[in-house]
Design a protein around this ligand. Structure first.
Ligand SMILES: O=C(O)c1cc(C(=O)O)c2c(n1)C(=O)C(=O)c1cc(C(=O)O)[nH]c1-2
Ligand SMILES: [Ca+2]
Length: 702
């Protein structure tokens, strides 16, 4: 490799020698998201002020971790755009828009988000929602190279649905990147490209080839010799790809010289349909360790065998040195969706300990020797054929929101949540829908009906908090409760502070030793991204991307508003002790209800509900109520006329804005049924929405 490129690797390895930078996604290769900076600390954080803000041109979910290198901030935003800002002032230096086509928004499950970039040898790298990996000159923003990361032979007919929203990571001059798509039909893989040239180096698939044939990939041997046997040869996975997408965590550990992949859920989710209810399905729900130069398999640890809950193990992989039984061990700590906190030996993958960090009802614990979950038999809903109200649900006890570790307190701070999910088998066996989620679930049942008792019970179960977790004792030290789920990631600092933005639009600093709330700022819009901290001209700043979105408000819709109601206005905001910027006053009450026409065809609304839950709910919200990001269709002018509605839904009048056309998925009659259903919902809920404008938070009674 080019010697200059190894300098960046050394700079990342020795990140603490220049703590003013934030050079890689988790700041260091260990992804602890701890910064030793301490100019801002417990004694003065109460005086923190807004230093600058930069308005983004996409009012959707912002999940990016901005990088900061030599006083320049590289922030990726929704729709895979890149902004280079002066980190001291927020002034735009350059921007790059890869022009992702709007009609592919529905090829991803979870908003057109982007979690961040990688920096290497004077270039910045990021993925695009349509599957490209782009390298730009960090000084000028000029394109150096661009590659399509999705090989044409990864196509799965109609189900092909690869999207890239995770941050690439760079190890030894190789840019490693994965993708998402397992809710639709996808076969997970990661690829490594030469950082200088963009040439493909190796590729590793996370689930077997359906015919057990070589893919001419680094994974061939382990998949054919070890993984294939853990799948039924004829399950739906052979057409749907099996899943196992690596959509978030890819971590290089210079101590072990291994790359760890966080592997996702099964496709379709339904294990009975996917693998005929047979086998553990390697490497779903696993951490897989491979070699950076070749992609060669080294070890794996499967956290969720027989996945049927969307229990991805893609969540943040952090390495630490911890005393275990009197001996220092270099370990991985991991808080995946399934609700258990794992400590594994980083070199061998040996299971050291595991304990649930949130309430779980699907397993009573982990086998102390092997770490295999001890299943609650009723949780195996695809085998029992009965509905299962799972906790955690599909969004996990912890999702993409980054956790942090402070070596000063020895605690891991997890943005934890409780969001239950009703798992229910698709009626009549597995049937795939083009351009839609293909889970093998009854999508009608997934929704929460507009019945007071069902809603009350569900809302009572929605929770969000920080759990401060002692990884040695495997127990909670303290917690900080929030209003509801889906809050931002966390950074821990040498000033003994935790910074976190919340779903209700507040940005907070907490005391890392006890969780006391020391600072709060009204950022006006929900925050789901993780903050970073850095120096510019020797002064410490804390910055975060603001912007409500991601899957929670998309799918839960109106119910997500119980976490705190904001009108989405996406920005990057930065704080310092002597800042003097001010956000413009907010004068927007959000989606104002427009009195709907009173007439609708009651006979069509049941099928309209079914079609809506199948094709529309994942973005426009459960049961026709939106969660504050995309248009709330109840108040859309388009539902007032059959033609207008068909022009948008059937003919793609709004594809440039992210609304795909659905005439190849639904007939005109089915699309009209949806409109009738929306008219019904608009009438049912109009008064509730009007009344909500009269209470302080503007949240309708749920
Ligand atoms: O299975 C997949 O391929 C896949 C991909 C993604 C993604 O790419 O964002 C998410 C998920 N799954 C997922 O299960 C999930 O909870 C999720 C949340 C989010 C988000 O950004 O809000 N993405 C994803
Ligand atoms: Ca998933």
């Amino acid at each position: 490799a080019d010697p200059a490129s190894s300098d960046t690797g050394e700079a990342i390895i020795h990140a603490d020698d220049h703590p003013g930078d934030w050079m890689t996604y988790g700041r260091t290769y260990s992804e602890q998201r701890y910064s030793p900076l301490d100019q801002i600390n417990r004694s003065n954080v109460g005086n923190l002020k807004l230093a600058w803000y930069y308005d983004l041109d996409t009012n959707r979910g912002q999940e990016g971790t901005p990088l900061v290198v030599d006083g320049v901030m590289y922030a990726t935003t929704n729709w895979s755009k890149m902004k280079a800002l002066d980190a001291a002032t927020g002034k735009l230096l350059w921007a790059y828009d890869p022009r992702v086509p709007g009609n592919i928004a529905d090829k991803g499950c979870c908003d057109t988000v982007n979690r961040g970039a990688a920096y290497w040898n004077g270039k910045v790298y990021f993925g695009t929602f349509d599957g490209r990996l782009i390298a730009l000159d960090a000084k000028t923003g000029k394109l150096v190279w661009s590659v399509n990361t999705i090989p044409t032979d990864a196509a799965l007919g109609h189900q092909r649905s690869y999207t890239v929203d995770g941050a690439p990571r760079i190890a030894k001059g190789r840019v490693i990147i994965g993708n998402g798509g397992a809710e639709f039909g996808a076969r997970g893989f990661v690829s490594a490209f030469d950082a200088e040239t963009g040439k493909l180096d190796w590729r590793f698939f996370t689930v077997p080839n359906p015919e057990n044939k070589p893919d001419n990939a680094a994974s061939d041997s382990v998949l054919m010799n070890k993984a294939y046997q853990t799948w039924s040869p004829t399950g739906a996975w052979t057409k749907q790809g099996g899943g196992g997408t690596v959509w978030d965590s890819i971590v290089y550990d210079p101590v072990t010289d291994l790359v760890y992949l966080g592997v996702g859920n099964g496709s379709p989710w339904n294990y009975k349909f996917r693998s005929e209810g047979k086998g553990d399905n390697f490497f779903l729900g696993s951490i897989v360790a491979i070699k950076p130069e070749t992609g060669e398999y080294v070890w794996h640890f499967q956290e969720t065998p027989m996945d049927q809950w969307d229990y991805t193990s893609v969540q943040q992989i952090m390495t630490l040195d911890l005393p275990i039984n009197g001996q220092m061990r270099h370990v991985i700590v991991h808080a995946p969706k399934n609700g258990f906190f794992y400590v594994l030996d980083a070199k061998t993958g040996e299971f050291l300990s595991g304990k649930n960090y949130v309430y779980v009802n699907w397993a009573s614990g982990l086998d102390p020797k092997t770490g295999r979950p001890i299943y609650n038999p009723e949780a195996l809903w695809t085998l029992t054929g009965k509905d299962w109200y799972g906790i955690p649900g599909d969004l996990g006890g912890h999702n993409f929101a980054a956790m942090a570790f402070s070596p000063r307190t020895g605690l891991v701070y997890i943005p934890a949540q409780q969001v239950p999910f009703l798992y229910s088998n698709q009626v009549g066996g597995f049937k795939a829908h083009p351009d839609s989620w293909n889970l093998g679930l009854d999508m009608n049942k997934v929704g929460i009906l507009d019945k007071q008792d069902a809603k009350d019970a569900f809302i009572k179960d929605l929770k969000g908090w920080i759990v401060a977790w002692d990884p040695i004792k495997q127990q909670e030290a303290f917690r900080v409760d929030h209003k509801g789920p889906w809050n931002g990631g966390i950074v821990a600092t040498g000033g003994d502070l935790l910074f976190q933005g919340l779903a209700n639009g507040e940005f907070h600093a907490y005391d890392a030793t006890n969780g006391n709330d020391l600072f709060s700022f009204a950022a006006q819009s929900g925050i789901i991204a993780p903050p970073v901290t850095y120096l510019a001209n020797g002064k410490q700043y804390v910055a975060v991307e603001v912007g409500w979105g991601g899957i929670y408000p998309f799918f839960l819709g109106g119910l997500a508003r119980t976490s705190g109601w904001t009108v989405n206005h996406s920005r990057v905001i930065a704080f310092s002790l002597d800042g003097n910027a001010k956000l413009p006053p907010q004068n927007d009450k959000g989606y104002l209800p427009v009195k709907p026409p009173a007439e609708f065809d009651e006979k069509r609304t049941d099928n309209g509900y079914f079609q809506f839950q199948t094709y529309c709910a994942a973005c426009h919200g459960d049961n026709g109520e939106a969660g504050g990001v995309l248009p709330d269709l109840r108040w859309s002018g388009a539902i007032r006329h059959q033609d207008a509605f068909y022009n948008v839904v059937g003919r793609g009048a709004l594809t440039a804005y992210g609304m795909d056309r659905f005439d190849s998925s639904m007939s005109p009659k089915e699309i009209e049924d949806i409109r009738q259903f929306l008219l019904k919902r608009a009438n049912e809920t109009y008064q509730r929405e009007v009344d909500a404008r009269k209470n302080a938070e503007g949240i309708p009674a749920q």
